[in-house]
Design a protein around this ligand. Structure first.
Ligand code: ADP
Ligand code: MG
Ligand code: ZN
Length: 487
């Protein structure tokens, strides 16, 4: 077939490094909390000093088992650790403890939606490993810096590397997958997307003839395709941009009759391009061998004992069935576990549709507008519930609930009842003020007469009387208006 007529398809496979949320590092007791000062959270183990011995952190194993269960992976009876040898300043031992041919998870699957179409991507393996330290290039980037500092606070932080099959057919799919992956990890409570550096992606991309993909994957052709591995991607958006760039770069090369080099490339976020770093290292370069300081880990017990919560897809479906919500509302309300928990707590007392409107539309909308999330107000569940109650019982109008009470709650941190009273909202509030206004008019015929005679001080006097009678709780503007109306 002539080259110009070939239909080229993009093939992508990911190696995603996620930081597992544990209090201490994977092989020592050092804290994983970010520190202000470099090299303050280190010990002989994570500094790789001679004679120190690693001790496996069970919390990291538990987190990994949770992930394995959530992605439907095979978790073996026994798993073990290997040393991956390479020399780099961020790696104090000159090897990284990782897993090799006996990873803790194999053959999993993650389903996600791309523009409402269901997609499924195979997870080849997911293994535990330690993070190296971090480098700070001073006075420039990696190739222009004057000098470089090393911080070993990160060294030994537990990571899980999730390796997908080359099942992606475009950068957009990758982005949707990453969102879904994070969503699942956050449901499992093993990951914090907001933590700096908690997600790092290496993306492999090749461009192959499309007919090779018809109906299924031609394994041989995929294996034979020259691919590049793009490193240094740290966000969903970055992944999409880097891969769009890289796909186009490879297509251009092929169209010009040039062969794509098998190599490692670096995503330069600020320039929006990928640049060649080095020829791709081969497995043999790493001289993997068993980590003799750590015994094989029996995971079968863990597998039986570790439990995972209801996952986002299942919860989404249940929300539609149990509460009769639309797919769209269920989507929003299960976007994070915290939102879903919040919704279920509110709806236990009210009509599910009303609760959905107030949590999914009003509350999330107002939070989003303020760059806040549901976790900022989880301790105010009672107040939000009270707000919905005020609406449900028609104590206040929906408009006031949204524009005055909810906004006041978020901006000033006040309780809804206090805002209702302060602003003179609500049936009882409004009624009460109106009654007082009537009474004051009845009791002050002289002032009323003066008002009608055009005496300017009369109205102020009457407003003052109402304010006094309500103990200052009424809104002077509203009192003014009510008086004018009734006079
Ligand atoms: P290596 O041993 O070179 O690291 P692996 O077989 O472990 O290669 O695969 C690494 C990653 O490359 C996996 O995420 C896999 O999905 C991806 N991959 C494999 N073949 C291709 C391809 N033809 N195009 C894009 N990605 C690929
Ligand atoms: Mg690999
Ligand atoms: Zn340590």
């Amino acid at each position: 077939m002539a080259q110009a007529q070939r239909d080229l398809a993009v093939v992508i496979g990911l190696e995603v490094h996620i930081q597992l949320e544990t209090d201490t590092k994977i092989f020592c007791d050092c804290s994983t909390e970010p520190a202000d000062e470099a090299n303050t959270q280190t010990c002989p183990v994570c500094l790789g000093l001679p004679g120190s011995l690693p001790v496996l952190n069970e919390a990291a194993v538990e987190a990994a088992v949770k992930v394995g269960k959530a992605i439907d992976a095979d978790i073996p009876e026994e798993t073990r650790f290997h040393r991956k040898n390479y020399y780099y300043p961020d790696l104090p031992k000159n090897f990284q403890i990782t897993q090799y041919d006996e990873p803790i998870c194999q053959d999993g699957r993650i389903e996600f939606s791309v523009e409402s179409e269901r997609r499924s991507v195979g997870i080849r393996r997911a293994h535990l490993e330690e993070d190296p330290g971090s480098l700070r290039h001073k006075g420039g980037s990696i190739d222009t810096a004057e000098y470089t500092l090393v911080d070993y606070n990160r060294a030994g932080v537990p990571l899980m590397e999730v390796v997908t099959e080359p099942d992606f057919r475009g950068p957009g799919e990758v982005r949707s997958f990453l969102s879904k992956l994070e969503e699942v990890l956050e449901y499992l409570d093993v990951f914090d997307a907001a933590r700096d550096g908690s997600l790092r992606i290496d993306a492999n991309l090749s461009v192959v003839e499309a007919d090779a993909l018809d109906g299924g994957i031609d394994e041989d052709r995929l294996a034979a395709a020259n691919r590049t591995e793009v490193k240094n991607i740290s966000s969903h958006k970055g992944a999409q941009k880097a891969l769009s760039y890289e796909a186009q770069r490879q297509k251009n090369a092929i169209k010009r009759g040039r062969e794509v080099q098998q190599e490692t490339r670096h995503w330069d976020e600020s320039r929006g391009i990928t640049v060649s770093m080095r020829s791709k290292e081969e497995e043999k370069d790493y001289r993997y061998f068993r980590e003799a300081d750590l015994p094989p880990l029996q995971v079968s017990n863990w597998k039986d004992q570790v439990e995972i919560p209801e996952l986002p897809d299942a919860r989404r479906e249940r929300f539609q069935g149990e509460y009769g919500l639309s797919a769209e509302a269920a989507d929003k309300l299960t976007s994070t576990k915290q939102v879903a928990d919040f919704y279920e707590a509110v709806t236990s007392e009210f009509d599910p549709d009303l609760a959905a409107t107030w949590v999914a539309d009003e509350l999330l909308g107002e939070l989003n507008y303020r760059d806040m999330t549901i976790t900022d107000i989880t301790d105010r569940l009672g107040e939000v519930t009270r707000l919905v109650e005020l609406v449900a019982e028609e104590e206040i109008t929906a408009k006031n609930a949204r524009e005055v009470v909810l906004r006041g709650m978020l901006d000033d941190g006040h309780d809804p009842d206090i805002i209702v009273e302060r602003e003179g909202l609500g049936k009882t509030g409004g009624d009460a003020v109106e009654t007082v206004v009537e009474q004051v008019i009845d009791q002050n015929p002289g002032a009323v007469e003066d008002f009608h005679a055009g005496e300017s001080g009369a109205l102020n006097y009457l407003v003052g009387q109402v304010m006094q009678a309500t103990g200052g709780s009424a809104d002077p503007g509203e009192v003014n208006q009510l008086l004018r109306e009734q006079l």
